[in-house]
Structures are given as structure tokens and as C-alpha cells.
Design a protein around this ligand. Structure first.
Ligand code: XMP
Length: 529
């Protein structure tokens, strides 16, 4: 179907139409992919230099050139396959993406003496542009660039300016090439959503047809095709990713899937029983529940160093998983809950491994000699989409909404040695923190993202009744965050903190003092170990 919008020919594509985002290294590139999905358009983020043959395989209905930290001036500026420019596929350049379009298509750029960074007022010069349908003549946008456009390429029209950028947006409607110097993908750009949707729906003609329920159907078919009649293993952690992955696989191949839940004894109060019951009774998964708490306690005896604890827990977990897997015949695949951010992280230009802060132990780590194929049904999803898929699959809220919990569990919330007694103390304190914050959550804004108790080896003097006490200090941590990468301490109401503190010192034996952690990440990490 072809229709005309403000002089632009647009064709409506099939529901599976994909927008390809070429990533020039901006920290915001993932956000473009998410915004497209929020507009019900399937998006894929690919490295900027992906060869055209790879891009073409996706039959892109539109291509976005992302922002990036480099300058587009200079001979070695990052560039994409030149066939992208000649492809005839609708293009949107954002920030660096606009600058490289200007450079490649024959316009002029100038290095600013100073970067334009932060909010700016966008003033539209062409109110009839399809990119700005529904956008007011003036609105706030977010800028972050060092080069400025002094002449648009032949065939292009300048669409908007700011006080510091004469050309803040441009287009060639005939070729369906659009560009903005500002970032429409960030919330600080008031009309950002409208601009992206105008590009995707109106200009590129992509119907808002991508839905998680059809994704679920499709994923189930793909798993069947991949696995055939082989047996498959999955390590359940209780977390949402492994739960959704396992449920999808079970829908596809039923009893060919065996889930192994290794109970480390390092879980929160009532957690293991709840997790196993939910998987067996509600989701009807085939679950082997291995109670390995004694083995983990033995491996952790006398160990105080956090990194050593993590490593021992990781090794023990894999050993147990392998022992259990040997009991199941003809296993050829392992399910892993890898998410899209993990996939693209490893492909982002200039991404470096960085310094290792903590060895994250996550269930599902594959002993190499087991040589199993991987089933990774969540590879194309963002975390919030995994939750949506979980809801479509009927997972209970307790699993879908579960807050992140570290693989090594309470062991990294006990500073110093992990013993049965100290586990009991932190478990009780944690139960009080979580139940009090859960009860108050409806009135907390923003709702804390993660909250827990930490048992410290610090002892201090107190008085209880007429007697002197010399007992432990418990730390309480509650944070707000988007993804755990950065975090701020939650400004909990004093009355709530008071309830938590007085319940802990009254109800948990061996604790006579409570401190609230008011450190952000960075410089602290979320967990204390
Ligand atoms: P940190 O302490 O590194 O935590 O600031 C960031 C987020 O990751 C969680 N975390 C872990 N998750 N395995 C996990 O799966 C781990 O070993 C691990 N350590 C920390 C932490 O709870 C927070 O949400």
C-alpha cells in the first residue's frame, strides 16, 4: 500500500518489518533500539561497519545511524558501508549519524570551539515536515555534539535550528533521508517519541505490528526446530530470565526439558520452596530440586575474602550441575537466559572488557567439556520485554517482578565468614527489610529497585533491658536504579527506616545496631561484597 504524507511516498511494510540501527558507539544507541520496540517496531542494533550483505539479510524497512563519541571530520572518521547511503531504504541520522550523512552526501561541517551539550530550544523552520508532525514550533531537545552543520548536502532542506546550531535537523523528502543533530531517543527531548514514531510509522511506513505475544509464538517454533527430539537442560535460579527461558522451552518441547534447581542454602527466607513450587505446580516444569546447602557451607568454611567466596560458589555450582546432568540421557542442549544487552555489549565499537570489579557468578555457566549446544531464546529481548513475555506465558508476579538477586546469594551479604548461624541472622534481617519496604511500596516514589540487609562483623555496645549487649551491626541498603549499572540510595521515609531498625534489633538475635547505607554507585557498588 502506498500513501502520500506531505509529499512523501511511504509504503506500509509487512508486520515483521525491521529497523536496523547502526551503532557508532554512543551510549544512547541501545535506547534507540528500545524506543523502536516501544513503538511496536522490531529493531536490531548492529555495529556501524556491518557489511551491506549482513544488513540486507534483515530486509530493513528503515535504517538509523546512531550518535557516537568521535568527530565526523577527519579522514579516519567512522563510516558505514557506502551501500547504506545508496540503498534507497529510509534513513535517519542522529547526532554523529547526521554529521556523517552531511559529510558523505556533500554538505559542510565545522568543528565548534566548544561542544554544545545539554538542553536547547528547538525552533522549527519547516512546520510541514513529516518528521515533525504533531511537534510544536518550539520545544526542548537534548544536544551533545562537537561539530556543527554549515551547509546541508544538495537536495536537502534545513528543517530546524537552535540558538547555537543553524541546522539542527534536515531532510531530503524524495530520498527519504532525515537527520537530527539532537537526540530524539532521550526523555529530555520533549517531542522525541513523536519524532521517532513519525520516522518509523509515517516516513518509513512501518506498521506498529511487533508484539510480544507473536514473538512468543515464533520463539516456541524456533526452539522446536533447533532442538528436534534431543533432551535439554536448564539451570533455574529463581530469577526472571531463566524462568522465562525455561517456560518457553517447556512450551516448545515439554518433557524433553529438565530443569535443575541447585539450592545453595544461600537464598532468602522461604525462597527456594516458593520457587520450586511455582515452577512445578503453576508452570508444570520438570524440576530436579537439589538440596546442596551442606556442600556450599562446607566449601565456604573459613573463607572471608569476597572474591574467593564467589569463585568457590561458582565452582561448586558447576560441579553439582554437571553431576546432576549426567543422570539424564541424551542431553544435547543447555538453555541460557542471555539477553539482548549482553549480545550487543560484546559488539559495541570501542567496548573494552574494563577492570574486573567482581566475578559475577550466574547460573547456567557451561563447563566447556560438556560440549552442549546453546538454546538462548531471549537473545533478542530487553529486560522489560522478558517480563512482558513472562506475563504472556502466565508466570506468577512473584517471579516476573522479582528484584535482582546475586548468584552467590546471601554469601555476599555476609561480610566475613559464612556460617549457618550468620546466614540465619542475615536471612531474618533481610526478611524484615523486604517485608516492610514491600508493604510501603505503594506510597514510595520512585519505588526502590532493590533492597536488602547486610550482616557486618562490626560489634558495638548496646543496652537492652538492664543488661549490656555487645552484638553485630546490620547494614540496610535500598537503591533506586534503572539497570543496576548506576544507582542512588533511596530516600526512604524516616518512619519506615525507624520501623525496620526497631524490628531488626528487637526480633533478630545477635544484632543491636542498624545503619542505613547512603552511598551511591559509583563510587560504591550495590552489593557490599
Ligand atoms: P554490584 O554489586 O556489582 O551489583 O554493583 C549490580 C547488580 O548486580 C547484582 N549482582 C549480581 N548478579 N550475579 C548476579 O547475577 C552476581 O554475582 C552478582 N553480584 C551482584 C546486584 O545484586 C545488583 O543488582
Amino acid at each position: 500500500m502506498i500513501r502520500e504524507v506531505a509529499g512523501v511516498a511511504t509504503s506500509v511494510q509487512a508486520p515483521t518489518a525491521t529497523v536496523v540501527i547502526l551503532d557508532f558507539g554512543s551510549q544512547l544507541s541501545q535506547l534507540i533500539a528500545r524506543r523502536a520496540r516501544e513503538a511496536n517496531v522490531y529493531s536490531e542494533l548492529l555495529p556501524y561497519d556491518t557489511p551491506w550483505e549482513e544488513i540486507a539479510k534483515r530486509e530493513p524497512a528503515a535504517i538509523v545511524l546512531s550518535g557516537g563519541p568521535e568527530s565526523a571530520l577527519g579522514d579516519d572518521a567512522l563510516d558505514c558501508d557506502e551501500r547504506v547511503y545508496a540503498s534507497g531504504v529510509p534513513l535517519l541520522g542522529i547526532c554523529y549519524g547526521m554529521q556523517i550523512l552531511v559529510k558523505r552526501l556533500g554538505g559542510e561541517l565545522l568543528r565548534l570551539g566548544h561542544s554544545e551539550f545539554g538542553p536547547a530550544q528547538l525552533m522549527l523552520d519547516r512546520l510541514d515536515s513529516p518528521l515533525f508532525l504533531g511537534v510544536p514550533p518550539e520545544s526542548r531537545v537534548w544536544m551533545s555534539h562537537g561539530d556543527s552543520v554549515t551547509a546541508v548536502p544538495p537536495g536537502f532542506t534545513a528543517l530546524a535550528h537552535t540558538s547555537r546550531s543553524a541546522v539542527a535537523a534536515m531532510s531530503d523528502d524524495t530520498r527519504r533521508v532525515y537527520a537530527t543533530l539532537f537526540h530524539p531517543e532521550v526523555v529530555h527531548t520533549e517531542a522525541g517519541t513523536a519524532i521517532l514514531q513519525n520516522f518509523l510509522h509515517t516516513i518509513a511506513g512501518i506498521a506498529p505490528a511487533w508484539r510480544i505475544d507473536s514473538w512468543v509464538e515464533d520463539a516456541i517454533e524456533k526452539i522446536r526446530a533447533q532442538v528436534g527430539d534431543a533432551n535439554v537442560l536448564c539451570a533455574l535460579s529463581g530469577g526472571v530470565d531463566s524462568a522465562v527461558a525455561a517456560t518457553l522451552v517447556a512450551r516448545a518441547i515439554g518433557k524433553q526439558l529438565t530443569c535443575i534447581y541447585v539450592d545453595t542454602g544461600l537464598m532468602r527466607k522461604n525462597e527456594s520452596a516458593g520457587v520450586v513450587a511455582a515452577f512445578r505446580d503453576i508452570l508444570h516444569l520438570n524440576v530436579v530440586h537439589v538440596d546442596a546447602s551442606e556442600r556450599f557451607l562446607a566449601r565456604l568454611a573459613g573463607i572471608e575474602d569476597p572474591e574467593e567466596k564467589r569463585i568457590r560458589i561458582g565452582h561448586e555450582f558447576i560441579a553439582i550441575f554437571e553431576e546432576e546432568s549426567k543422570k539424564i540421557p541424551d542431553v544435547r542442549f543447555l538453555v541460557q537466559g542471555t539477553l539482548y544487552p549482553d549480545v550487543i555489549e560484546s559488539k559495541t565499537p570501542g567496548s573494552k572488557a574494563g577492570h574486573k570489579i567482581k566475578s559475577h557468578h550466574n547460573v547456567g555457566g557451561l563447563p566447556e567439556h560438556m560440549a552442549l549446544g546453546l538454546v538462548e531464546p531471549l537473545r533478542t529481548l530487553f529486560k522489560d520485554e522478558v517480563r512482558q513475555a513472562g506475563r504472556v506465558l502466565g508466570l506468577p508476579d512473584a517471579i516476573v517482578e522479582r528484584q535482582p538477586f546475586p548468584g552467590p546469594g546471601l554469601a555476599v551479604r555476609i561480610i566475613g565468614e559464612v556460617t549457618r548461624e550468620r546466614l540465619a541472622v542475615v536471612r531474618e534481617a533481610d526478611w524484615i527489610v523486604t517485608s516492610e519496604i514491600d508493604a510501603a511500596a505503594g506510597s514510595l516514589s520512585p519505588r526502590p529497585w532493590q533492597y536488602f540487609a547486610v550482616l557486618t562483623p562490626v560489634r558495638s555496645v548496646g543496652v537492652m533491658g538492664d543488661g549490656r549487649t555487645y552484638a553485630n551491626l546490620v547494614g540496610v541498603r535500598a537503591i533506586t536504579s534503572e539497570d543496576g549499572m548506576t544507582a542512588d540510595w533511596a530516600r526512604l521515609p524516616h518512619e519506615l527506616l525507624e520501623r525496620i531498625s526497631s524490628r531488626i534489633v528487637n526480633e533478630v538475635r545477635g544484632v543491636n545496631r542498624v545503619a542505613y547505607d547512603i552511598t551511591s554507585k559509583p563510587p560504591a557498588t550495590v552489593e557490599w561484597e
